[in-house]
Design a protein around this ligand. Structure first.
Ligand SMILES: Cc1ncc(COP(=O)(O)O)c(C=O)c1O
Length: 218
């Protein structure tokens, strides 16, 4: 969620199989961008229910609605329906939301151009940001952190971008490890290439103005 990295799920599943353990995946950020039909990290790695017994996803990210789900065997789901107290004592989702989510699911599966466009944005962002000299993380996903280190400087850069009409939040400890404050660039299929170029231009302009940057370069 903060690094944009991918867990080595095949190895984790193999290890779990050896230990006769179950694997539970929270794929909040994988559904939509990952997998040929947006099925997330499990689809991305060609895994299935024999590998991942409990698959959790949220609807508030790529789905664009709200709520969450658990996918698994009928036995698992029936057990949760009967015994999971937070589920039993929570008002169910309104039908309108369920309906919108079903539509999102349909788009997620069928409109491959959204993933292709998103991947093109990711590629262009990484190429442009590296040309500016920004430190990125090893992410091939829509979450593209720009490592700053110091929280004050991360906030300053975020503010400079905001003044130029760009919302890129500064993520600081304790959300991320100490000394690894960053700007969390979150790309979406709804962004245009022109908007991405705007971001790169603003970063090229603001990065050298950041406190201490000129001194560090001297
Ligand atoms: C990894 C992960 N899981 C779960 C959630 C919870 O999402 P929600 O509150 O939309 O269900 C988040 C939210 O950012 C997340 O990053």
């Amino acid at each position: 969620s903060m690094d944009g990295d991918l867990a080595d799920l095949p190895s984790l599943c193999a290890e779990a199989r050896r230990a006769k353990a179950w694997v539970m995946v929270d794929d909040a950020h994988g559904f939509g961008p990952l997998g040929a039909t947006g099925g997330g990290i499990v689809e991305h790695f060609g895994l299935g229910m024999d590998d991942v017994q409990v698959l959790v996803g949220t609807l508030g990210k790529a789905f664009g609605t709200a709520g969450a789900f658990v996918a698994g065997s009928e036995e698992l789901i029936e057990t949760l329906v009967q015994f999971a107290r937070p589920y039993i004592y929570t008002t169910s989702q309104p039908p309108a939301l369920a309906c919108a989510t079903l539509k999102s699911l349909e788009l997620l599966r069928s409109e491959h151009w959204r993933r292709e466009h998103l991947n093109a944005l990711i590629k262009r962002f990484r190429q442009g940001a590296q040309a500016i000299g920004l430190e990125l993380m090893d992410s091939a996903t829509p979450i593209q952190p720009i490592l700053i280190g110091d929280s004050g400087r991360a906030l300053q850069l975020s503010q400079m971008l905001r003044e130029r009409g760009l919302l890129v939040t500064a993520i600081r400890p304790p959300t991320v490890p100490s000394g690894s404050a960053r700007l969390r660039v979150t790309l979406s299929a709804a962004h245009s290439l022109a908007q991405l170029e705007l971001l790169l231009e603003a970063l090229a302009e603001c990065w050298p103005l950041l406190a201490g940057e000129a001194a560090a370069r001297a």
